[in-house]
Design a protein around this ligand. Structure first.
Ligand code: 5GP
Ligand code: MN
Length: 317
């Protein structure tokens, strides 16, 4: 596999970006790559664009350099889209469109072809972070870079628990922890630790959840009013759908939160029998077979009806 430095040869300006509502893998992979390019190519102007990362990621070095403002008019020599296709880059998509060279590093099955001129897409990879690491020269990796990549891997594998964890994932993780950062504390601080309010919302979501299809599906939703009451941001709802998925007998878990009067952001998780990427893709979203999402228009009941139709079809097949 050609290494990223070869692919950036001659570029004087490089931009890195990931998907909207960036999660741990998105932030870890983008920041890992950013730290790596800053070190390997000090003469190059490298910029990183992301929506504001959650405070839990402040342990990543130089995260304060993330640009959330895309108002500058600049044509980059190269743009690297990480953990996403170009349609979910958000405001940074304008730089992707004009860049002279585009590179895509992703592991979403819904982006199998890749959106760049050069593509490193592998749906079998645990995380974009694992793929980014493979594009690095090992002798240039240091503890800062390793930490960012490690955070990405633990987030997308649920701390090496999900079925996307492979021998390659664990071998990469083994190399990463050899750089000597406090991985145990990182896992607690960025993955397991929740604020009091986050736990209260989780409790509400569990209390108000509804089992259907003979207990094979579960759904829960948080509306705008409740989010306002707790002063909660979308990031405060991370982990709710995972908790719904592990309920005994459940094949497919749906969690939704209201983003407009008639709009919901949907997260789905499957235990293997349902391909939730296919369901999400049907509604214009995407993701992985066991973890996917989309945005739906309509009332809470419209959303459940639309999703359950597709899930039931798969469960009955
Ligand atoms: P989550 O439920 O954690 O937000 O997302 C699960 C997976 O689906 C992640 O890999 C995420 O990138 C992907 N995903 C979530 N929402 C969307 C969406 O609206 N479109 C696409 N293409 N992927 C999504
Ligand atoms: Mn990812």
């Amino acid at each position: 596999m050609a290494k990223i430095l070869e692919e950036l040869k001659g570029a004087r300006t490089v931009a890195i970006s990931g998907h909207v509502r960036p999660d741990g893998d998105c932030i870890g992979s983008c920041m890992g790559l950013y730290l790596y390019l800053k070190k390997a190519l000090p003469e190059v102007r490298t910029d990183i664009y992301l929506e504001q990362p959650s405070r839990i990621f402040s342990c990543i070095d130089r995260i304060e350099e993330v640009k959330t403002d895309c108002s500058e008019d600049i044509v980059y020599d190269a743009f690297i889209a990480v953990d996403t296709a170009s349609d979910r880059l958000g405001a940074a998509e304008k730089y992707f469109k004009t860049a002279k060279r585009t590179i895509n590093v992703d592991h979403h099955i819904s982006n199998a072809k890749g959106c760049g001129q050069i593509n490193h897409v592998d749906a079998a990879a645990s995380s974009a972070s694992e793929l980014v690491y493979d594009l690095m020269e090992e002798e240039l990796v240091d503890a800062s870079i390793a930490k960012a990549i490690y955070i990405g891997i633990i987030h997308d594998t649920g701390v090496f628990q999900y079925s996307n964890t492979s021998p390659r994932t664990l071998m990469t993780a083994a190399k990463l922890i050899s750089y000597g950062f406090d991985f145990s504390r990182l896992i607690d601080e960025t993955f397991y630790e929740k604020t009091y309010v986050q736990n209260q919302i989780l409790g509400r979501a569990l209390l108000e959840s509804i089992l259907f299809m003979d207990g094979r599906c579960i759904v829960s939703a948080i509306d705008r009013k409740t989010m306002d009451f707790y002063n909660a941001a979308p990031g405060d709802l991370d982990g709710i759908v995972s908790q719904l998925r592990i309920i005994k007998g459940v094949e497919c878990a749906i969690f939704m939160y209201q983003t407009g009067p008639q709009e919901y952001k949907v997260s789905m998780r499957s235990n293997g029998r349902v391909d939730v990427a296919a369901v999400a893709s049907y509604f214009g979203g995407g993701g992985h077979i066991r973890a996917a999402g989309c945005t739906l228009q309509g009332t809470y009941y419209d959303c459940i009806n639309n999703l359950s139709l597709h899930i039931e079809k798969q469960l009955e097949a």
